[in-house]
Design a protein around this ligand. Structure first.
Ligand SMILES: [Zn+2]
Length: 223
């Protein structure tokens, strides 16, 4: 019985991943011979080399979005049509780590912990693998995009931080990006579910599953 359940789960994940790839596979981005980012065709970073490849390939090979040219964001594997219901626009003061940002909220600087995910620690003297990359990835995602936060049931944690889904919308983006899910989809975050804040738990779980199957970043060495 257990074997049947496992097989069904694997099939479901495979279906999910191929759906995700189909969404992104037609988008062409460019990499350089030496850099670690991918770019739009017009980016000034491409002055010496410009190697075209699909967005999906770029991501699976570990390239990150360029901060300057804001290349297309990865389509999420499922639920991409789900838009946020009630959001508040904030300005980002700085990115603290992969799952925490400082924003101006009702005129005051406040820490916002992204709901549903956990990225490797790089604060308080820790330097866990992929922590710095998760922070850099988050910075690149938020750069020059309008940043919106959406609350779930519980608005603050026991440290007084705001708990939120972060949405980012740029000029070239077809829809706002659920940043929490992007971090998971790129293999920078594990799932961390703390009820009652579970509004997007299935979407986040699927994003983590797709990253694991593609062995991105945190999942690079799993068997
Ligand atoms: Zn670029």
């Amino acid at each position: 019985m257990r074997r049947i359940i496992v097989a069904a789960a694997v099939l479901a994940l495979l279906a999910l991943t191929s759906a995700g790839s189909a969404l992104s596979s037609n988008v062409t981005v460019y990499i350089t011979r030496t850099g670690s980012c991918y770019h739009t065709a017009q980016c000034s970073c491409l002055h010496s080399s410009a190697i075209p490849l699909t967005l999906t390939d770029a991501i699976e090979r570990g390239y990150r979005p360029c901060k300057l040219c804001k290349p297309p964001a990865l389509d999420e594997p499922v639920g991409a049509a789900t838009a946020p219901t009630e959001t508040i626009e904030v300005s980002v003061v700085r990115v603290i780590d992969g799952d925490t940002i400082k924003v101006l909220y009702t005129g005051k600087p406040e820490s916002v912990r992204l709901i549903g995910i956990d990225t490797p620690e790089i604060t308080r003297g820790k330097n866990e693998p992929f922590g710095a990359q998760a922070g850099a990835f988050l910075e690149a995602l938020l750069a020059d995009r309008m940043v919106l936060i959406e609350f779930d049931v519980g608005q603050r944690d026991r440290y007084g931080r705001l708990l939120a889904y972060v949405w980012a919308q740029g000029d070239g983006d077809p829809a706002p990006i659920l940043v929490n899910a992007q971090l998971a989809r790129w293999g920078y975050a594990q799932l961390l579910t703390i009820p009652p804040n579970v509004k997007y738990v299935e979407r986040l779980r699927k994003a983590v599953g797709a990253a694991r199957l593609a062995r991105l970043n945190l999942w690079r060495d799993i068997l």
